[in-house]
Design a protein around this ligand. Structure first.
Ligand code: FAD
Length: 482
């Protein structure tokens, strides 16, 4: 920023029209300055103070840090339209993010160097809840939506494990959880969206209207537009959830059982994980059946034919909401310990079922507990037949496993973080060799060639969508795709 930076005080006093951008010096300026271009009138505010800008250099990963020139706290959708148009004309970059210091990216995806970050959490109203859908601002968290829908016996059909994520953020990525085998991902369950494109146009899109934009934006990694509102599907849910967890020592049997469960559909949720055991790894199945009071699940029938270690079975009941929000107590505890604020070099992979057992076996044999810093390793399958989103890249197989190594860097030193990121890259290369795909929300250094390979054979379609919706490449540079 130049020393001519307009003070925050002046901004807060409502003097926004006197604030401008000087394209020659590429810095904020006063409108008195020769050649300075006035900022658009805003309902919200554009913060240029160091504190706000510094908050936008942080994300959940704490690995990459890029300093924006300003943070837009939009007071309306029109503010986003105005700022995108302004940025486009001035050659500034823009990224939408969940909220100052609250970004859930792990590798700077929502950051922008010398550009503008839009704090989407400023627009977080739930506009309408109906029988089969809700119309919400993109800055709403899934948690907030669920709080509003569960008293009506309704829920989005698929939820992420952690429900503090923003609706716009998971729709730009995918949004996977233990119900995905039945419903697909969250991107497969969005019905309509309002999007501000990189050209600064506000466009409503759906499967029947402006379909190319609808298909581009879902899992589009913020490349084509900023999602400002979404109509998300709701389904009826019983108020109670019974959770079963049990251990396997045999990876083959564990994966076979998981695949069987997602095909026969006897449970409503199927996940699992690898857990450290006697210096090696065991496997934990986690399955859930929803029910109404008085219609208790039949445990023996549900568990029949499964090969877990019987003595490890645990069964617990709770409300549907508490099940969906099950990570909240753990995360509160991690926050108290300070570990939640450590770097998180995460690695999320989609592995074709045909190669999953050998790949997982190989990766785990080279992974120590120290490599994970007590972070979980998720392992569960879903069905390709439920996927409808072109830019969500998954391997070509009937069943696909999510294999997520959710590392915490302990100790949180730059050397340890760098070593873990390097391990991620090495595993990613092996993943690619066995036909797998990355779930691109994680901490893996990607080159332009990697992105081309990632979107193959649809790279040209991706590029074409960029030319059409964000021809000046102003949106979401933190992904490093273009
Ligand atoms: C603790 C934790 C748990 C997670 N659990 C799961 C899980 O169970 N399942 C799963 O699928 N994913 C999970 N994720 C990954 C998560 O879905 C993605 O990181 C998602 O993009 C986060 O969105 P956000 O808005 O909350 O974060 P942000 O960091 O603010 O945004 C992330 C990305 O989305 C883009 N973006 C944000 N808002 C918009 C918008 N309105 N329009 C267009 N682009 C936008 C940003 O530009 C950025 O590239 C988890 C992440 C964390 C940190």
């Amino acid at each position: 920023m130049s020393s001519r930076t307009v003070s925050r005080r002046a901004l807060l006093q409502g003097a926004l029209v006197t604030v401008a951008f000087n394209p020659m010096t590429r810095s904020w300026a006063s409108t008195m300055e020769t050649g300075a271009v006035p900022l658009p009138r805003l309902d919200g505010e554009l913060r240029m103070d160091t504190e706000s800008r510094a908050a936008a250099t942080e994300d959940f990963g704490h690995i990459r840090h890029r300093m924006p020139w300003a943070v837009l706290i939009p007071g309306s959708v029109q503010d986003i339209v105005a700022m995108v148009r302004f940025a486009r004309h001035q050659g500034l970059k823009i990224a939408g993010a969940r909220g100052l210091g609250e970004s859930h990216s792990t590798f700077g995806q929502s950051q922008v160097e010398a550009g503008i970050v839009i704090d989407m959490s400023a627009l977080s109203s739930i506009h309408e809840i109906g029988e089969d859908s809700a119309w919400v601002d993109a800055g709403v968290r899934w948690h907030e939506l669920l709080q509003a829908t569960t008293p009506r016996g309704r829920s989005p059909p698929v939820l992420t494990d952690y429900i503090e994520l923003s609706i716009g953020g998971t729709l730009s990525a995918g949004g996977i959880g233990g119900q995905a085998f039945r419903w697909g991902l969250q991107v497969d369950n969005v019905m309509e969206m309002d999007v501000v494109t990189g050209q600064g146009e506000l466009v409503r899109c759906s499967r029947t209207h402006e379909r190319p934009l609808f298909d581009a934006v879902r899992s589009g990694l913020g490349q084509f537009g900023i999602i400002v509102r979404a109509r998300v599907r709701l389904v009826e849910v019983p108020p109670r959830a019974r959770t079963y967890t049990a251990r396997y020592n045999d990876l083959h049997r564990f994966m076979e059982d998981q695949r069987r469960l997602i095909e026969d559909g006897r449970f409503d949720y199927v996940e699992g994980s690898a857990v450290a055991s006697n210096g090696g790894w065991a496997y934990q199945l986690e399955v859930v059946k929803y029910f109404a009071p008085g219609a208790e699940p039949h445990d023996a029938r549900l568990l029949t034919g499964l090969g877990f270690e019987p003595a490890t079975l645990q069964v617990s009941d709770g409300s549907y909401f508490d099940f969906a929000n099950r990570l909240a107590p753990l995360i509160e505890f991690l926050k108290q310990l300070g570990v939640w604020g450590f770097p998180h070099p995460w690695l999320d992979m989609f592995v074709p079922a045909r190669a999953a057992e050998s790949f997982v076996q190989e990766v785990l044999s080279q992974t120590t507990e120290a490599d994970m810093g007590q972070g979980p390793i998720l392992l569960y399958p879903f069905r390709a037949s439920e996927l409808t989103t072109p830019f969500l890249r998954t391997p070509d197989d009937r069943h696909i496993f999510l294999f997520s190594m959710l590392r915490t860097a302990i100790p949180p030193t730059p050397e340890n973080v760098a070593a873990l990121v390097q391990k991620n890259r090495a595993i990613f290369d092996r993943l690619t060799a066995c036909g797998g795909k990355i779930y691109p929300v994680d901490a893996v250094p990607f080159t332009a060639a990697d992105w081309r390979r990632h979107f193959h054979p649809d790279w040209e379609r991706f590029e074409h969508a960029k030319r059409r919706h964000d021809p000046d490449h102003i949106l979401t540079p933190g992904q490093g795709i273009f």
